[in-house]
Design a protein. Structure first.
Length: 276
């Protein structure tokens, strides 16, 4: 049992922290970030050409937020609705309850009630991730590449650790870690919901969320609004925030259970229906 818990914490905390050390040494302590961004910068016009493409801007800056925004809104609505059904059950309000049954609203309300913990988890996970990223942005005051003197801006380039302030805002810069990337990475909250139910495709949810975060972050790198390391850091912090929130809501034992195979899922569903 102890070895199982050690393995869980090593995989879920050890690997992200090891990645953090690699990112710090490989990117923050070297000029790889700058060298990579230089590939997309035109020194003649002093611009990032892709940043001038308006459709690309809409696609990556405005439309890109739809997926995490809608997910958060659905979770919030679900969390609110989860408290409605206990107040309007047919046992308490026969007329209203029967009306809800006839209009097919009752199954939706019952589903929200049954998954209240999951909806609340997603709401809290999104909120905590957003709070962590905003805290780090304001307490490091890193300016985006396009705003620095390296790429035609007016602000000197500094690394986050050179300007970090724990108890107060460090300045007006708001570029580290990547905000857009973190928006995609917050979808990792759904991975922990899938793990709670031992869904066999939970890893696909995790890989899809990571891919979404990297797509969001990389497109901003191409536009000169972030360095590549900003995306890596966003993924690390969001993973840790989601993990800690999931542990608070579900517990380590639940999250560490092996996923159910297809035939096991059918048995579990049949047992749940029999119990109900």
């Amino acid at each position: 049992m102890q070895s199982t818990s050690h393995r869980f914490y090593w995989l879920n905390f050890g690997i992200p922290l090891a990645c953090a050390a690699v990112v710090f040494l490989m990117f923050d302590m070297t000029s790889i970030d700058i060298a990579f961004s230089n590939l997309f910068f035109d020194p003649i016009t002093q611009t990032f050409p892709i940043d001038q493409v308006h459709f690309f801007e809409k696609l990556t800056h405005k439309w890109a937020r739809i997926i995490p925004n809608w997910t958060a809104e659905i979770a919030l609505i679900g969390a609110i609705l989860s408290f409605v059904w206990p107040l309007v059950t047919p046992q308490k309000h026969p007329r209203l309850g029967n009306f809800l049954e006839r209009t097919k609203a009752a199954p939706v309300l019952r589903f929200a009630r049954d998954h209240r913990r999951d909806f609340l988890f997603v709401v809290f996970a999104f909120a905590i991730c957003t709070g962590v990223i905003h805290f780090l942005k304001s307490h490091t005051s890193v300016y985006c590449p396009i705003e620095t003197t390296l790429y035609g801006g007016k602000i000197a380039h500094i690394e986050w650790y050179q300007n970090f302030q724990l108890f107060r805002e460090a300045g007006d810069g708001r570029c580290w870690p990547g905000g857009h990337a973190s928006g995609g990475f917050t979808m990792l909250a759904l991975y922990f919901v899938a793990r709670r139910y031992r869904w066999r495709f939970s890893k696909a949810v995790m890989y899809g969320s990571l891919l979404l975060g990297f797509v969001y972050g990389t497109t901003r790198v191409l536009q000169g609004w972030h360095y590549m390391s900003h995306t890596f850091w966003a993924g690390i912090f969001v993973w840790l925030a989601c993990l800690l929130t999931a542990l608070a809501f579900y517990g380590r034992v639940r999250l560490d259970l092996p996923v159910l195979q297809k035939h096991e899922r059918r048995v579990a569903v049949a047992q749940a229906q029999t119990a109900s």
